[in-house]
Design a protein around this ligand. Structure first.
Ligand code: 6PG
Length: 260
């Protein structure tokens, strides 16, 4: 378990731009050393803000888009193409503007896909896809993601792991279905904490005043069932990327100097 590192940027736009630059470097380094990179995307405003900043970044094409595997931490279980799906929003923000290898873009199943409305079957299928992509050097059921990004909800949820709901308590499966999510839509597919923790690095994105309490709770020793963000950590690194507003309730002892 890697101790959380915090970086606080002045505002959410700067946080998105700095996080995008950080992601470009991480992907380029992974591709230089291993020939490919594997990244898990998150939905939400902060996640999509980062993708939009990456699309606009001058250095974005330092990435070899054809050797990048993209996965999702969660997905709203809606029909293909629904504007509320995380993959739809990611395509609009970035994916449709770069030459990715479509075979390496691993979207989670839609509710009108091969599994119909059976979200458990959809989740099991994604778990199988992850397991197929995991090589002998990986941790069994999922590939070793270079970076797994997570937006943080005001209630401290990450992916579709909501406080006290069954999915955050899962200790065996890597992907599960979610019913009754407090954030609409109620039905979702999500990675579980064991899958999240297989990542080399986990980056938690929290910008805006509405995340200040969640960041303070998650970083002050709360348990992962009550505060799922507290249970999201990487094998080598756990990085919280905040803006000043989201960092405003952190204990002073945790608060690093904000970037200029
Ligand atoms: O499907 C989703 O909604 C996201 O995956 C979810 O986990 C999101 O990242 C957080 O709710 C933060 O969302 P905001 O960045 O919009 O606050």
């Amino acid at each position: 378990m890697s101790t959380p590192q915090l970086v606080v940027h002045h505002d959410k736009e700067l946080m998105a731009q700095a996080a995008a630059a950080r992601l470009i470097t991480k992907i380029v380094d992974a591709q230089a050393s291993r020939g490919s990179a594997s990244v898990v995307l998150t939905g939400g405003r902060n996640g999509n803000g980062l993708l939009a900043a990456l699309a606009a970044a001058p250095a974005r094409d330092a990435i070899d888009w054809g050797r990048l595997d993209l996965w999702w931490g969660d997905e709203r279980f809606l029909p293909e193409g629904d504007p509320e799906r995380n993959v739809t929003q990611a395509r609009e923000a970035l994916l449709d503007t770069v030459p990715l290898d479509p075979k390496r873009v691993h979207a989670m199943p839609a509710s009108d896909g091969p599994f119909g409305a059976d979200v458990e079957a959809a989740a099991a299928s994604y778990a199988e896809e992850l397991a197929r992509a995991a090589g002998p050097e990986n941790h069994g059921a999922v590939p070793t993601f270079d970076v797994l990004m997570l937006g943080v909800g005001p209630d401290t949820h990450v992916a579709s792991l909501f406080p006290e709901l069954p999915a955050v308590r899962e200790t065996q499966r890597t992907v599960v279905g979610v019913h009754g999510a407090p954030k609409p839509p109620p039905t979702r597919v999500t990675l579980t904490l064991p899958a999240i923790r297989a990542a080399r690095e986990v980056w938690l994105l929290a910008a805006g005043e509405d995340k200040a309490q969640a960041a303070a709770i998650a970083l002050s020793g709360a348990g992962e069932i009550q505060a799922p963000a507290a249970g999201a950590y990487g094998r080598a690194r756990t990085l919280w990327l905040l803006d000043s507003a989201a960092a405003s309730q952190l204990p002073r002892s945790l608060y690093p100097p904000a970037s200029s």
